[in-house]
Design a protein around this ligand. Structure first.
Ligand SMILES: NC(=O)c1ccc[n+]([C@@H]2O[C@H](COP(=O)([O-])OP(=O)(O)OC[C@H]3O[C@@H](n4cnc5c(N)ncnc54)[C@H](O)[C@@H]3O)[C@@H](O)[C@H]2O)c1
Length: 287
Protein backbone atom coordinates (compact mmCIF):
# COMPACT_ATOMS: atom_id res chain seq x y z
CA UNK A 1 0.00 0.00 0.00
CA UNK A 2 2.42 2.64 -1.22
CA UNK A 3 -0.16 5.46 -1.34
CA UNK A 4 -2.08 4.76 1.87
CA UNK A 5 -3.51 8.00 3.28
CA UNK A 6 -2.74 10.00 0.15
CA UNK A 7 -5.28 11.91 -1.95
CA UNK A 8 -4.61 12.17 -5.69
CA UNK A 9 -6.23 14.00 -8.58
CA UNK A 10 -5.72 12.45 -12.02
CA UNK A 11 -6.75 14.48 -15.07
CA UNK A 12 -7.76 12.48 -18.12
CA UNK A 13 -8.51 9.78 -15.57
CA UNK A 14 -11.46 8.33 -17.46
CA UNK A 15 -9.49 6.68 -20.26
CA UNK A 16 -6.19 5.13 -21.27
CA UNK A 17 -3.17 5.67 -19.05
CA UNK A 18 -5.12 7.99 -16.73
CA UNK A 19 -7.71 5.28 -16.08
CA UNK A 20 -4.96 2.70 -15.51
CA UNK A 21 -3.37 5.10 -13.00
CA UNK A 22 -6.68 5.67 -11.20
CA UNK A 23 -7.08 1.93 -10.65
CA UNK A 24 -3.43 1.42 -9.67
CA UNK A 25 -3.43 4.34 -7.22
CA UNK A 26 -6.65 3.02 -5.62
CA UNK A 27 -5.11 -0.46 -5.30
CA UNK A 28 -2.19 1.18 -3.51
CA UNK A 29 -4.50 2.78 -0.96
CA UNK A 30 -5.03 6.29 -2.40
CA UNK A 31 -8.28 8.20 -2.57
CA UNK A 32 -8.58 9.50 -6.11
CA UNK A 33 -10.46 12.24 -7.93
CA UNK A 34 -10.95 11.37 -11.60
CA UNK A 35 -10.99 14.69 -13.45
CA UNK A 36 -12.07 14.44 -17.07
CA UNK A 37 -13.87 16.36 -19.80
CA UNK A 38 -15.87 13.28 -20.78
CA UNK A 39 -18.67 12.88 -18.22
CA UNK A 40 -19.94 9.63 -19.75
CA UNK A 41 -16.50 8.04 -19.49
CA UNK A 42 -16.28 9.46 -15.96
CA UNK A 43 -19.48 7.67 -14.96
CA UNK A 44 -18.18 4.43 -16.49
CA UNK A 45 -14.95 4.86 -14.50
CA UNK A 46 -16.91 5.21 -11.26
CA UNK A 47 -18.80 2.00 -12.08
CA UNK A 48 -15.57 0.18 -12.85
CA UNK A 49 -14.02 1.40 -9.61
CA UNK A 50 -17.10 0.37 -7.61
CA UNK A 51 -17.09 -3.14 -9.04
CA UNK A 52 -13.39 -3.44 -8.14
CA UNK A 53 -14.29 -2.51 -4.55
CA UNK A 54 -13.01 1.11 -4.63
CA UNK A 55 -16.41 2.83 -4.72
CA UNK A 56 -15.74 4.92 -1.61
CA UNK A 57 -12.26 6.00 -2.55
CA UNK A 58 -12.98 7.36 -6.05
CA UNK A 59 -14.85 10.49 -7.06
CA UNK A 60 -15.46 12.19 -10.40
CA UNK A 61 -15.09 15.90 -11.21
CA UNK A 62 -16.14 16.98 -14.68
CA UNK A 63 -13.24 19.22 -15.69
CA UNK A 64 -11.85 21.07 -18.68
CA UNK A 65 -8.15 21.35 -17.80
CA UNK A 66 -7.84 24.38 -20.09
CA UNK A 67 -10.34 26.32 -17.96
CA UNK A 68 -8.88 27.90 -14.81
CA UNK A 69 -12.17 27.89 -12.86
CA UNK A 70 -12.60 24.18 -13.60
CA UNK A 71 -9.07 23.40 -12.39
CA UNK A 72 -9.66 25.33 -9.15
CA UNK A 73 -12.98 23.48 -8.67
CA UNK A 74 -11.34 20.10 -9.35
CA UNK A 75 -8.80 20.64 -6.56
CA UNK A 76 -11.45 22.06 -4.19
CA UNK A 77 -13.46 18.90 -4.91
CA UNK A 78 -10.55 16.72 -3.77
CA UNK A 79 -10.10 18.64 -0.51
CA UNK A 80 -13.85 18.78 0.20
CA UNK A 81 -14.43 15.10 -0.55
CA UNK A 82 -11.26 13.53 0.89
CA UNK A 83 -9.91 16.18 3.27
CA UNK A 84 -6.51 16.92 1.75
CA UNK A 85 -4.35 16.83 -1.40
CA UNK A 86 -1.05 15.02 -1.97
CA UNK A 87 -0.68 14.21 -5.66
CA UNK A 88 -1.82 15.91 -8.86
CA UNK A 89 -1.24 13.99 -12.08
CA UNK A 90 -1.71 16.39 -15.02
CA UNK A 91 -2.29 13.79 -17.69
CA UNK A 92 -5.30 14.83 -19.82
CA UNK A 93 -4.58 15.13 -23.50
CA UNK A 94 -5.76 15.08 -27.08
CA UNK A 95 -3.94 14.65 -30.38
CA UNK A 96 -4.91 18.22 -31.32
CA UNK A 97 -3.94 19.87 -34.58
CA UNK A 98 -2.77 17.60 -37.38
CA UNK A 99 -1.58 18.14 -40.93
CA UNK A 100 1.09 20.28 -42.53
CA UNK A 101 2.46 23.40 -40.87
CA UNK A 102 1.19 25.62 -43.67
CA UNK A 103 -2.36 24.29 -43.23
CA UNK A 104 -2.47 24.66 -39.44
CA UNK A 105 -4.92 27.30 -38.23
CA UNK A 106 -4.23 29.52 -35.25
CA UNK A 107 -7.46 28.22 -33.73
CA UNK A 108 -6.27 24.60 -33.87
CA UNK A 109 -2.82 25.60 -32.54
CA UNK A 110 -4.52 27.40 -29.63
CA UNK A 111 -6.82 24.47 -28.81
CA UNK A 112 -3.86 22.07 -28.75
CA UNK A 113 -1.72 24.32 -26.57
CA UNK A 114 -4.72 25.14 -24.33
CA UNK A 115 -5.30 21.49 -23.45
CA UNK A 116 -1.74 20.18 -23.46
CA UNK A 117 0.37 23.08 -22.20
CA UNK A 118 -1.96 25.58 -20.51
CA UNK A 119 -3.79 22.65 -18.88
CA UNK A 120 -0.56 21.50 -17.26
CA UNK A 121 0.39 25.07 -16.29
CA UNK A 122 -2.98 25.53 -14.54
CA UNK A 123 -2.69 22.14 -12.86
CA UNK A 124 0.75 22.99 -11.48
CA UNK A 125 -0.24 26.55 -10.52
CA UNK A 126 -3.25 25.57 -8.44
CA UNK A 127 -1.80 22.34 -7.07
CA UNK A 128 1.17 24.39 -5.81
CA UNK A 129 -1.17 26.89 -4.15
CA UNK A 130 -3.18 24.21 -2.33
CA UNK A 131 -0.14 22.12 -1.38
CA UNK A 132 1.72 25.16 -0.08
CA UNK A 133 -1.23 26.14 2.13
CA UNK A 134 -1.36 22.61 3.46
CA UNK A 135 2.36 22.79 4.26
CA UNK A 136 3.32 19.13 3.97
CA UNK A 137 4.78 19.00 0.46
CA UNK A 138 3.37 16.94 -2.37
CA UNK A 139 3.95 15.47 -5.80
CA UNK A 140 2.95 16.89 -9.16
CA UNK A 141 3.30 14.61 -12.16
CA UNK A 142 2.88 15.76 -15.75
CA UNK A 143 2.42 13.67 -18.88
CA UNK A 144 4.56 14.90 -21.74
CA UNK A 145 5.62 12.54 -24.55
CA UNK A 146 8.68 11.34 -26.41
CA UNK A 147 7.13 13.51 -29.16
CA UNK A 148 8.40 16.51 -27.20
CA UNK A 149 11.99 15.29 -27.24
CA UNK A 150 12.76 15.30 -30.98
CA UNK A 151 11.36 16.32 -34.35
CA UNK A 152 8.99 13.94 -36.17
CA UNK A 153 7.90 12.19 -32.98
CA UNK A 154 4.26 13.22 -33.34
CA UNK A 155 2.07 15.90 -34.93
CA UNK A 156 3.95 19.21 -35.02
CA UNK A 157 1.79 21.28 -32.65
CA UNK A 158 1.32 18.35 -30.24
CA UNK A 159 5.08 17.84 -30.09
CA UNK A 160 5.75 21.52 -29.48
CA UNK A 161 3.20 21.55 -26.63
CA UNK A 162 4.76 18.44 -25.07
CA UNK A 163 8.22 20.04 -25.28
CA UNK A 164 6.72 22.96 -23.36
CA UNK A 165 5.51 20.55 -20.67
CA UNK A 166 9.01 19.05 -20.28
CA UNK A 167 10.56 22.47 -19.77
CA UNK A 168 7.78 23.90 -17.61
CA UNK A 169 8.09 20.92 -15.27
CA UNK A 170 11.80 21.52 -14.70
CA UNK A 171 11.35 25.21 -13.89
CA UNK A 172 8.39 24.45 -11.61
CA UNK A 173 10.45 21.77 -9.83
CA UNK A 174 13.13 24.33 -9.04
CA UNK A 175 10.62 26.94 -7.85
CA UNK A 176 8.62 24.56 -5.66
CA UNK A 177 11.45 22.50 -4.15
CA UNK A 178 11.79 24.68 -1.02
CA UNK A 179 8.16 23.78 -0.23
CA UNK A 180 8.96 20.06 -0.70
CA UNK A 181 6.63 19.97 -3.69
CA UNK A 182 8.12 17.70 -6.33
CA UNK A 183 7.40 18.10 -10.05
CA UNK A 184 8.25 15.30 -12.45
CA UNK A 185 7.34 14.38 -16.01
CA UNK A 186 6.57 11.12 -17.73
CA UNK A 187 7.38 10.82 -21.43
CA UNK A 188 5.43 7.86 -22.79
CA UNK A 189 6.36 6.20 -26.07
CA UNK A 190 3.75 4.31 -28.11
CA UNK A 191 0.98 3.32 -25.70
CA UNK A 192 -2.07 1.47 -27.01
CA UNK A 193 -4.87 3.70 -25.70
CA UNK A 194 -7.96 5.18 -27.38
CA UNK A 195 -5.92 8.33 -28.16
CA UNK A 196 -3.43 6.37 -30.22
CA UNK A 197 -5.37 3.43 -31.62
CA UNK A 198 -7.41 5.19 -34.34
CA UNK A 199 -10.44 3.09 -33.39
CA UNK A 200 -8.64 -0.19 -34.11
CA UNK A 201 -7.15 -1.39 -30.82
CA UNK A 202 -6.31 -4.90 -32.02
CA UNK A 203 -4.28 -3.78 -35.01
CA UNK A 204 -2.62 -1.07 -32.90
CA UNK A 205 -1.44 -3.65 -30.36
CA UNK A 206 0.17 -5.69 -33.14
CA UNK A 207 1.86 -2.64 -34.69
CA UNK A 208 2.98 -1.18 -31.34
CA UNK A 209 4.45 -4.52 -30.23
CA UNK A 210 6.95 -4.11 -33.08
CA UNK A 211 7.54 -0.40 -32.70
CA UNK A 212 10.36 -0.45 -30.16
CA UNK A 213 13.10 -2.82 -28.97
CA UNK A 214 10.93 -4.22 -26.13
CA UNK A 215 8.83 -7.03 -27.62
CA UNK A 216 5.45 -6.01 -26.16
CA UNK A 217 3.08 -3.16 -26.91
CA UNK A 218 2.97 -0.23 -24.45
CA UNK A 219 -0.01 -0.37 -22.08
CA UNK A 220 -1.63 2.16 -19.79
CA UNK A 221 -0.47 0.26 -16.75
CA UNK A 222 3.16 0.68 -17.84
CA UNK A 223 2.62 4.41 -17.38
CA UNK A 224 0.65 3.88 -14.16
CA UNK A 225 3.71 2.13 -12.67
CA UNK A 226 5.91 5.14 -13.43
CA UNK A 227 3.27 7.51 -12.04
CA UNK A 228 3.08 5.41 -8.87
CA UNK A 229 6.82 5.82 -8.36
CA UNK A 230 6.57 9.61 -8.66
CA UNK A 231 3.46 9.74 -6.45
CA UNK A 232 4.94 7.64 -3.66
CA UNK A 233 7.56 8.51 -1.08
CA UNK A 234 9.98 6.15 -2.84
CA UNK A 235 10.81 9.12 -5.10
CA UNK A 236 11.04 11.66 -2.27
CA UNK A 237 14.44 13.01 -3.50
CA UNK A 238 13.44 12.97 -7.20
CA UNK A 239 12.25 16.24 -8.70
CA UNK A 240 12.66 17.96 -12.06
CA UNK A 241 13.11 14.54 -13.65
CA UNK A 242 11.66 13.31 -16.91
CA UNK A 243 11.18 9.58 -17.10
CA UNK A 244 10.96 8.06 -20.56
CA UNK A 245 8.65 5.03 -20.58
CA UNK A 246 8.93 3.71 -24.13
CA UNK A 247 10.30 0.16 -24.19
CA UNK A 248 13.70 1.37 -25.39
CA UNK A 249 12.37 3.34 -28.38
CA UNK A 250 14.32 6.50 -27.62
CA UNK A 251 17.40 4.53 -26.62
CA UNK A 252 17.46 2.94 -30.06
CA UNK A 253 18.08 6.39 -31.60
CA UNK A 254 19.02 6.25 -35.29
CA UNK A 255 18.37 2.49 -35.32
CA UNK A 256 21.76 1.81 -36.91
CA UNK A 257 21.66 -1.96 -36.60
CA UNK A 258 18.40 -2.13 -38.59
CA UNK A 259 19.80 -0.03 -41.43
CA UNK A 260 23.28 -1.63 -41.30
CA UNK A 261 22.82 -5.21 -40.06
CA UNK A 262 26.61 -5.72 -39.90
CA UNK A 263 26.68 -3.39 -36.88
CA UNK A 264 24.11 -5.43 -34.93
CA UNK A 265 25.63 -6.71 -31.69
CA UNK A 266 23.07 -9.48 -31.29
CA UNK A 267 23.55 -11.00 -34.76
CA UNK A 268 27.27 -10.31 -35.14
CA UNK A 269 29.47 -13.20 -36.27
CA UNK A 270 32.57 -11.46 -34.90
CA UNK A 271 33.91 -9.82 -31.76
CA UNK A 272 37.04 -7.68 -31.37
CA UNK A 273 38.24 -4.27 -32.48
CA UNK A 274 38.38 -2.48 -35.82
CA UNK A 275 41.06 0.15 -36.41
CA UNK A 276 39.52 2.23 -39.17
CA UNK A 277 41.87 4.02 -41.61
CA UNK A 278 44.91 3.84 -39.37
CA UNK A 279 46.65 1.19 -41.46
CA UNK A 280 46.79 -1.06 -38.37
CA UNK A 281 44.98 -4.39 -38.77
CA UNK A 282 41.65 -5.20 -37.28
CA UNK A 283 41.71 -7.80 -34.53
CA UNK A 284 38.61 -9.91 -34.88
CA UNK A 285 37.66 -13.35 -33.67
CA UNK A 286 34.87 -15.51 -35.01
CA UNK A 287 32.04 -16.23 -32.59
N1 LIG B 1 -1.11 7.00 -26.12
C1 LIG B 1 0.09 7.37 -26.46
O1 LIG B 1 0.79 6.71 -27.26
C2 LIG B 1 0.71 8.59 -25.81
C3 LIG B 1 2.08 8.80 -25.98
C4 LIG B 1 2.67 9.88 -25.37
C5 LIG B 1 1.91 10.75 -24.59
N2 LIG B 1 0.58 10.54 -24.45
C6 LIG B 1 -0.15 11.46 -23.57
O2 LIG B 1 -0.68 10.71 -22.50
C7 LIG B 1 -1.81 11.40 -21.94
C8 LIG B 1 -2.95 10.43 -21.79
O3 LIG B 1 -3.35 9.97 -23.07
P1 LIG B 1 -4.00 8.56 -23.38
O4 LIG B 1 -3.17 7.94 -24.43
O5 LIG B 1 -4.27 7.84 -22.12
O6 LIG B 1 -5.34 9.09 -24.09
P2 LIG B 1 -6.90 8.80 -23.87
O7 LIG B 1 -7.59 9.47 -25.02
O8 LIG B 1 -7.15 7.36 -23.66
O9 LIG B 1 -7.23 9.59 -22.52
C9 LIG B 1 -7.15 10.98 -22.46
C10 LIG B 1 -8.24 11.51 -21.54
O10 LIG B 1 -8.08 12.94 -21.43
C11 LIG B 1 -9.36 13.51 -21.44
N3 LIG B 1 -9.30 14.92 -21.88
C12 LIG B 1 -9.03 15.40 -23.12
N4 LIG B 1 -9.09 16.73 -23.11
C13 LIG B 1 -9.42 17.12 -21.86
C14 LIG B 1 -9.62 18.38 -21.24
N5 LIG B 1 -9.55 19.53 -21.92
N6 LIG B 1 -9.90 18.40 -19.92
C15 LIG B 1 -10.00 17.23 -19.22
N7 LIG B 1 -9.84 16.02 -19.76
C16 LIG B 1 -9.54 15.95 -21.06
C17 LIG B 1 -10.17 12.65 -22.41
O11 LIG B 1 -11.56 12.81 -22.21
C18 LIG B 1 -9.65 11.25 -22.05
O12 LIG B 1 -10.45 10.65 -21.05
C19 LIG B 1 -2.08 12.56 -22.89
O13 LIG B 1 -1.51 13.74 -22.35
C20 LIG B 1 -1.35 12.16 -24.15
O14 LIG B 1 -0.99 13.28 -24.93
C21 LIG B 1 -0.06 9.48 -25.04
Amino acid sequence: MRLKGKVAVITGGASGMGLASVMRFAEEGAQVVVADYNAEAGAATLEKAASAGFGNSISFARTDVANEDDVVAMLDHAVERFGRLDVVFNNAGVGGAIGPLTETSVEDWDYTFDVLAKGVFLGIKHAARVLRQQGSGGSIINTASIAGLSGDGGPLVYSAAKAAVVNLSMSAAVELAPDRIRVNTICPGFIATPLADGGDPERTRVVFAKSQPWPEYGRGDHIAGAALFFASDDSRFVTGEKLIVDGGLTASGPNLSTHFPSTSARDSKFSGVTKGSTGASNQLRKL
